[in-house]
Design a protein around this ligand. Structure first.
Ligand SMILES: O=C(O)c1ccccc1N[C@@H]1O[C@H](COP(=O)(O)O)[C@@H](O)[C@H]1O
Length: 214
């Protein structure tokens, strides 16, 4: 299964964690630019991490309702392949960001019920792909990275207008079930492969790929 599923490991903060993700077979690595996150990195750190990533592995910057000035600071400092917009960005804002910064955009959508997937249509022709994550729990201080899953069966048989990536509470223990129930071809993990918030665990990353191969 692993060679078919493209894996993103998000929220990398340390060189060894980047190396572990790449060595295990990640197709994307993500850097979080959101101050309330324990995975937040500054641009100098992100640049150093990004420079370790070999060609063929996509480097993604995750931002939340970021203004142009902040995006410019990130894009000018860090070699990137994609922007992940994880806030309440409208389809117009997605188009604007793509046109201004010249990078493909993955738009995150919070999902808890089937109707939430209808919002995917708004982003057709605007975003390059979608990231489907659980809605944050009440009182959460960040819109993602909360180790919460949504009902993967909501995706069964759904024909979405854009390529999509499954996220939210995925772990080495549940990933095989999540992939088989949702039909995901791409997945994104952050807290499920950590030893503590912001610190990835190489053994958990290896276990994730083992689970996908099983
Ligand atoms: O990881 C964060 O801290 C974060 C902060 C703000 C927005 C999104 C964030 N993470 C993304 O959330 C999903 C799910 O994460 P998890 O596997 O449930 O921990 C994933 O896309 C992360 O990239």
């Amino acid at each position: 299964m692993a060679q078919d599923i493209r894996v993103k490991i998000c929220g990398l903060t340390r060189p060894g964690d980047v190396d572990a993700a790449v060595a295990a077979g990640a197709g994307y690595v993500g850097f979080v630019f959101f101050q309330k996150s324990p995975r937040n990195v500054d641009v100098a750190t992100a640049r150093a991490l990004a420079l370790r990533v070999p060609p063929g592995v996509a480097k993604v910057a995750l931002v939340v309702d970021a203004e142009d000035q902040r995006l410019r600071e990130i894009v000018e400092a860090v070699p990137l392949d994609m922007l992940q917009l994880h806030g309440a960005e409208s389809s117009e804002r997605v188009r604007e960001v793509k046109a201004r910064f010249g990078l493909p955009v993955m738009k995150a959508l919070g999902i808890s019920e089937a109707e939430d997937l209808d919002r995917a249509a708004r982003y057709a022709g605007a975003a390059d792909q979608l990231l489907l994550d659980a809605k944050p729990p009440k009182g959460a201080t960040r819109p993602g990275g909360n180790a919460v899953s949504f009902d993967w069966d909501l995706l069964r048989g759904r024909d979405l207008p854009l390529p999509w990536m499954l996220a939210g509470g995925l772990t080495p223990d549940n990933v095989a079930r999540a992939v088989s129930r949702s039909g995901a071809r791409q997945i994104d993990l952050s807290s499920g492969v950590e030893s503590s918030p912001g610190k990835k665990d190489a053994a958990k990353i290896a276990a994730l790929f083992k689970a996908l191969r099983a």
